[in-house]
Design a protein around this ligand. Sequence first.
Ligand SMILES: Cc1ncc(COP(=O)(O)O)c(C=O)c1O
Length: 344
Amino acid sequence: MIMFQSDYLEGAHPEILKRLMETNDIQRVGYGEDIFSESARKKIKKRIGRDDVDIHFIVGGTITNLLVISSALRQYQGVISPKTGHINVHETGAVEVTGHKVITVDGRDGKLSAEDVKMIMENHLSDPSKEHTVQPKMVYISFPTENGTIYSKKELEDIRKVTKEYDLYLFIDGARLGYGLASPDTDLTIEDIANLSDVFYIGGTKCGAFSGEAVVISNSELKKDFKYNIKARGAMLAKGSLNGIQFDTLFTDDLYFKITKDAVGKALKLKDAFTKKGIKLFGSSSTNQIFPVLSDSEITKLREKYLFETWGKNNDGKTIVRFCTSWNTKEENLNSLIEDIEKL
Ligand SMILES: Cc1ncc(COP(=O)(O)O)c(C=O)c1O
């Protein structure tokens, strides 16, 4: 079976493996204070054009979301998210386990808008008994979204403006950041992401690393005591150099950006193949996740050789499925799938 159901189906980029071997015998201190993590921090700061940020390496996405949100919020505060947001639908309520409500808005195409945030805030502030309800204090979005869509610079600037207006933190989940930034449709850069948020993260797990997300905090209110929370929640790796070495490698010679661009190029070929076949796509993803709408017989045919995820029912009765490409999608597997799409 050829697997396309996610973007973490393989190990790590060979450059990472090489670097892990090369550094294996070098002694290093623990808990992310090692020379490799420090070097990775420097490279990330340089790449995003910000020297004033704090950077922490965390092992995976769910724990990163939980840490960022639970560090930022007081007990009675909640986080606004699109209904489809990862923290709302795919993290077993991990944020809520920490005692913080996820306040959802329907949004569109996986995204929320500045108007959505404004509406929530106006409803909250105009409520005479607002103190009897959860206080919204943070906006969570992901780039790209759960549906593979991306915010435009204007949309993000508008959200930023409204979060400032209402004194909300803006948190961008970048578990697939590299794939979002590689979209031919984006007008955002990693510098913009850093400048238009209070905190964001650069996803490694889905973008070439075995593990690891690099949390970048620019708001000094959020920097304070973040490390206490990492340790208190059991998320501080003793061998923190594991993530440091991986990010140091990914941010050498722009590897992170090269490999994610390649993956998006492959996804777009796939998208093209479905479109040419007359198969509808759900949403408007131009990142590494593609969502064709297939009939039962098309699914059965493709399942003879390929694994892919079922995403949900479309309103025409057909099924939305998800195909992902990754930094390690093999050309021959992609071509084989494209040929089989053509034969459907
Ligand atoms: C946008 C986003 N955030 C966070 C996560 C969670 O990552 P992990 O599975 O490493 O906990 C995912 C995983 O699919 C994701 O897509």
